[in-house]
Design a protein around this ligand. Structure first.
Ligand code: GLY
Length: 382
């Protein structure tokens, strides 16, 4: 709660990219900030590939989310420059375009429809023949039928991003408490802090819930204050190449199913992702890996020659309408930055900026207005 003396204290529950970036921005505005998380950076951002693809992943009926995603993508260069300077760490940010390719003629028809939709929204995408796709990415299979290039989409390495954010918040004086927050403390009808797993209480003027898929789990949340956030599992595998395998992030549609491959400068290639509504299950399954490898090999036969390094499964936080929930809750003192679903990494810069404005100035910037929690009034439950 802003006071005449400056911003009040902030306690952030969750040290993923959303919680850390918001802590960084708010601490830079002069607030005393504490972040509680038993394992900072170990949630969805540890598994995420880090695509910055508002154009490539635009979805029917989600135009407000597209605008938020475009605005966040466009903040990335300045956000990364500042973060890398402050933290002294690289983030692996790339803004060099994303190619989307079609495996068969039905997939090509899907991309053609997508291009019409993108262009109807004023988005810039270039339609490419199969040969033009292979000129950009020589490892693509000769059978690839064609594609779309979204020249302004890009990627970042979420693990490096998290490490840089942790370094930046520590430089800003943010206290990181490596314990789980289990209960919300409510006093005089407002949030007053949290109780940790060992019983210690952390008190603050404002509590920000940024706990990803675990955001509905805090005990003591009054009924109806936090929209249900569900975990949506994604299995991802990591490969390594000694020589550059892909020039840029390449998405594919293979017999109607989507796959993406995100190359890093150090030779890592991240292949993702399944999308499964399985509750809090992070089992890696043979079927999930088979689906990813099968589709990756259809598009890029040479992928089977690469070194296998890691497989993991993460939990995306899905709100009831799959869009983020940003701003005040119905409980005074409790704020929400959660429900980012497939877009947590993309939406990190804008979430941090709008949340800082909401928490420090007490005003809701126009970008955040479509995403406030009151859109679920009547259906929200803790
Ligand atoms: N943003 C890509 C995914 O969630 O799989």
């Amino acid at each position: 709660m802003p006071t005449p003396d400056g911003p009040g204290d902030l306690l952030v529950v969750g040290a993923g990219v959303i919680g850390l970036a918001t802590a960084w921005r708010v601490a830079a505005r002069g607030a005393t900030v504490t972040v509680a998380d038993p394992a900072p950076g170990s949630g969805a951002c540890h598994v995420a590939a880090g695509m910055l693809t508002p154009v490539s992943e635009v979805t029917y009926g989600e135009e407000p989310l597209l605008r938020l995603g475009l605005a966040s993508r466009d903040r990335y260069p300045a956000f990364v420059a500042e973060l890398e300077e402050v933290s002294g760490r690289r983030t692996g940010y790339r803004g060099d375009g994303v190619l989307q390719v079609a495996f068969d003629s039905d997939d090509l028809a899907f991309l053609e429809e997508l291009r019409r939709f993108q262009q109807s929204l004023g988005l810039t995408v270039e339609a490419l023949s199969g040969r033009e796709c292979r000129r950009l990415e020589p490892m693509l299979a000769p059978s690839v039928r064609g594609g779309l290039l979204a020249a302004e989409d890009g990627s970042i390495d979420p693990r490096r991003l998290t490490a840089a954010l942790l370094a930046a918040v520590e430089k800003e004086g943010v206290r990181i408490v490596r314990r789980r927050a289990t209960h919300l403390l409510v006093e005089h009808d407002r949030a007053a802090g949290v109780r940790l797993e060992d019983g210690e209480e952390l008190r603050a003027d404002m509590v920000l819930l940024a706990a990803g898929a675990w955001s509905s789990d805090l005990q003591g949340l009054p009924e109806g204050v936090v929209p249900q956030v569900r975990p949506v599992k994604g299995q991802v595998l990591r490969l390594r190449s000694k020589i550059p395998f892909l020039e840029r992030t390449t998405r594919g549609v293979v017999r109607g199913s989507s796959i993406y491959l995100v190359p890093r400068e150090d030779g890592e290639l991240v292949v993702g992702a399944t999308q499964e509504e399985m509750g809090f299950d992070t089992t890696v399954t043979a079927g999930g890996l088979w689906q990813l490898l099968r589709d990756a090999r259809e598009l890029l036969p040479g992928v089977t020659e690469l070194e296998f390094t890691e497989v993991s499964a993460g939990l995306r936080p899905g709100s009831p309408d799959n869009a983020p929930v940003l701003g005040a809750s119905a409980l005074p003192g409790l704020f929400l930055a959660t429900g980012h679903f497939r877009n947590g990494v993309l939406l990190t810069p804008i979430t941090a900026d709008v949340m800082a404005e909401i928490l420090v100035d007490g005003t809701v910037p126009p970008e955040a207005a479509p995403f406030t929690a009151d859109r679920f009034a009547g259906e929200a439950r803790a």
